[in-house]
Design a protein around this ligand. Structure first.
Ligand code: GLN
Length: 233
């Protein structure tokens, strides 16, 4: 499919941050797995391509597509107006909400208490960081929001007491709490979001092809099957 103008012939390069379970994570043998990885593999198959995962910090995922270093961005990537200025999005394929992780004995009991935190860990470049680092009058916490390169590092800062809470998407929050003793997720989640695949504004053909493949996979139940495999309701 030469006319798709890909980074590499026969390959579909996916920019992601593979520290975001259950959407993308590394396997013990150096591979990648997760909801996005499996959906992207199916999309690549439909296009007659082989998926290649380009693992990087989340904050580089959009620019990697913009600069033509990767073909698509798939990283539990939330659609928002700011990002739409830089990349095009396919239709959405799943939803997320921002969740708050705290130590089990935390005095922070709800999103209304988040201001009590001395420091809040977020992932650099994410919507969670954008909300938390906003000014107080806009409902944010300003300088209290600390950006870490990925979710695992932010959660590590929480378990070592460097921050008092972590704000991250709900499904990774569940995974990180499962993997670390003494943490819990607050019942109050906020900021509903929708995830989609990012494609370069200069590649409408690829956007169309990926969107068509994605919609076929949504309609025949493949996407739901993959989501259900990783997220138990
Ligand atoms: N959904 C969030 C965002 O798009 C976080 C994504 C991520 O950390 N991989 O900003």
């Amino acid at each position: 499919v030469a006319e798709l103008n890909l980074v590499e012939d026969g390959k579909l390069h996916m920019a992601t941050n593979a520290s975001f379970p259950p959407y993308e994570m590394t396997t013990d043998d150096g591979g990648y797995e997760g909801i996005d990885v499996e959906i992207a593999t199916e999309i690549a198959k439909k296009l007659g391509l082989e998926l290649v995962v380009d693992d990087m910090e989340f904050s580089s995922v959009i620019t990697s597509v913009q600069n033509g270093k990767s073909d698509i961005a798939m990283a539990g990537l939330t659609v928002n107006e700011e990002r739409k200025k830089n990349i095009n999005f396919t239709d959405t394929y799943t939803k997320g909400v921002q969740s708050i992780i705290v130590p089990e004995d935390s005095e922070i009991a709800s999103v209304d208490d988040l201001g009590k935190a001395k420091a809040i860990g977020c992932q650099e470049g994410t919507t969670g960081y954008i909300y938390c680092s906003d000014t107080e009058e806009n409902g944010g916490y300003g300088d209290k929001a600390i950006a870490y390169p990925d979710g695992a590092t932010a959660v590590q800062a929480l378990t070592t007491g460097k921050v008092d809470a972590v704000v991250i998407d709900n499904a990774p929050a569940q995974e990180f709490v499962k993997a670390n003793k003494g943490l819990k997720i607050l019942d109050t989640a906020y900021a509903e979001e929708e995830y989609a695949i990012g494609v370069s504004k200069k590649n409408d053909l690829l956007l169309e092809a990926v969107n068509k493949a994605l919609n076929e996979l949504i309609e025949d139940g493949t996407v739901q099957k993959i989501v259900d495999k990783y997220i138990q309701a």
